[in-house]
Ligand binder design. Structure first.
Ligand SMILES: *Cc1c(COP(=O)(O)O)cnc(C)c1O
Length: 369
C-alpha cells in the first residue's frame, strides 16, 4: 500500500501551475470606467446573435445538440469548409486544453513562445507534460527558434498568430516552413483568435495548411470580433483523425444551446463583422500614431489591441501609467506575466475611450517626474 495522505493530493505538477489571471475590471471610485484589458469588441454582438440568444430561453429544459450541428454548418458555410473537420468548444480555451489532454502526457514536451498566450502553458502542465519556452525575435514568433527546440519528446507546438499580447504575426510562408520541418507526429496548433482583424496579404489563419496536412490544427474564437466572450464559443478546424480523437474526451454537451444559436447567427451576419473589423482597423492606426506622437513606443499590431512600451524612467514606468490610467477610468492590461514588465496592453475601445487614453497618456508623459 502506498503512503497514506491526510488529504487528497493532486497529480505531480498541478500545484506548480500559476492560475490564469483575467484582465482587471474595476477602477474603484471612478464614475465612468472603460475596460480595455481583455480585447473585447467595443461594438458588442450582432443584434441577430442577441435575438438568437433570447430565443434560446424558450427551451432551457432541453439538452443542446451535442454535435453543435447548426453552428458547425454556419461556420463551414462562411469559410467554405467541411463541417466534419470542425469541432466547437466552450471557448477556444476548452479546445486548447482538450488537444493537450489527448496528445500530451508525462515526459512529453510542448513548445510555446516567450510571449505566448498563458493558457498554453497551463494546459501543457495540466496534462502532466513539460512546457518548453523559446525566445521570440522583435516580439514576433521565430520559426527557427521553435525548430531548434524540437526534441524526440516534442508532441505539440502552440503559436498564437497574431500573437497576444504582441499583436505581431507570422507570414503564411513562415508557417509553411515550420510545418514542413516539424516531425509529422507533432501537432502544430495555430491559434488564430484575432484572424478576422488582420489586413495583410501574406497572412493566412491556417485553413489552407490544415487542409493539406495531417498534423495542423487551427483554433478560432467568437470572443473577439464576434463579441460573444460571455457565451464561450470557440472552434477548431482539424484533420478528421484529430477531430475523432478529441471527440472521445470532449464533454458530450460542451456547447450550450444559447451559445450554439447565438454563434451561428453571429457568423452569418458578416456585414456586422466587417463593420467591427473596419472600425478596429481605423483605430489601430489612430491609436498607434497618437501614442507614438506623445513619445511612446508601440509594437506594430494587426489585431485589436496595442502593446505600449513605457520609458525606463522613475515615475513613468508601466505600473505608474497603469495607476494613472486606472484613476481616470481606463483599465489596461499589465503584461508582466507575458515577459513585458514595462508595457501595458490596450484593447481598442469605443472612440471616446481611445481618445481619452491618448489624452491621459499625453498628460502622463508630460508630467514632471
Ligand atoms: C482571446 C484569446 C483566445 C480566445 O479564447 P476563448 O476561450 O475562445 O475566449 C484564444 N487565444 C488567444 C491568444 C486569445 O487572445
Amino acid at each position: 500500500m502506498s503512503e497514506e495522505k491526510s488529504k487528497p493530493v493532486p497529480r505531480p505538477g498541478i500545484l506548480d501551475i500559476a492560475a490564469y489571471v483575467p484582465g482587471k475590471e474595476h477602477a474603484p471610485g471612478v464614475a465612468r470606467v472603460y475596460k480595455l484589458s481583455s480585447n473585447e469588441t467595443p461594438l458588442g454582438a450582432s443584434p441577430k446573435a442577441i435575438e438568437a440568444f433570447r430565443n434560446a430561453a424558450g427551451s432551457l429544459e432541453r439538452y443542446p445538440d451535442g454535435q453543435a450541428t447548426e453552428l458547425r454548418e454556419a461556420i463551414a458555410a462562411v469559410h467554405g469548409l467541411n463541417p466534419a473537420n470542425i469541432m466547437c468548444g466552450n471557448g477556444s480555451d476548452e479546445l486548447l486544453g482538450l488537444l493537450c489532454h489527448v496528445y500530451l502526457g508525462p515526459g512529453d514536451e510542448g513548445i510555446i513562445t516567450e510571449h505566448g498566450f498563458l493558457v498554453y502553458k497551463i494546459q501543457i502542465m495540466g496534462a502532466g507534460a513539460t512546457p518548453v519556452v523559446v525566445r521570440e525575435k522583435d516580439h514576433t514568433v521565430d520559426v527557427d527558434a521553435i525548430l531548434a527546440a524540437v526534441t524526440p519528446k516534442t508532441k505539440i507546438v502552440f503559436i498564437a498568430n497574431p500573437g497576444n499580447p504582441t499583436g505581431t504575426y507570422v507570414s503564411v510562408s513562415e508557417i509553411r516552413r515550420l510545418q514542413a520541418a516539424l516531425p509529422k507526429h507533432v501537432v502544430l496548433v495555430l491559434d488564430a483568435a484575432y484572424a478576422e482583424y488582420v489586413r495583410r496579404n501574406d497572412y493566412e489563419a491556417g485553413i489552407e495548411i490544415v487542409s493539406s496536412n495531417a498534423n495542423v490544427v487551427m483554433t478560432r474564437t467568437f470572443s473577439k470580433v464576434y463579441g460573444l466572450a460571455a457565451l464561450r464559443v470557440g472552434w477548431m478546424y482539424a484533420p478528421v483523425d484529430i477531430i475523432d480523437a478529441v471527440n472521445r474526451v470532449r464533454g458530450p454537451f460542451n456547447m450550450n444551446a444559447a451559445a450554439i444559436a447565438a454563434g451561428a447567427a453571429a457568423i452569418r451576419d458578416q456585414a456586422f463583422t466587417q463593420e467591427a473589423a473596419s472600425f478596429n482597423q481605423t483605430w489601430i492606426e489612430k491609436m498607434t500614431g497618437g501614442l507614438e506622437a506623445i513619445g511612446l513606443k508601440v509594437t506594430p499590431s494587426v489585431a485589436n489591441f496595442v502593446l505600449i512600451h513605457f520609458p525606463d524612467v522613475d515615475g513613468k514606468r508601466a505600473p505608474d501609467a497603469d495607476e494613472f490610467l486606472t484613476s481616470r477610468g481606463y483599465i489596461l492590461r499589465a503584461v508582466k506575466g507575458y515577459g513585458f514588465p514595462n508595457a501595458l496592453r490596450m484593447s481598442i475601445g469605443p472612440e471616446e475611450a481611445n481618445r481619452g487614453v491618448i489624452e491621459a497618456l499625453g498628460e502622463f508623459m508630460g508630467r514632471k517626474s
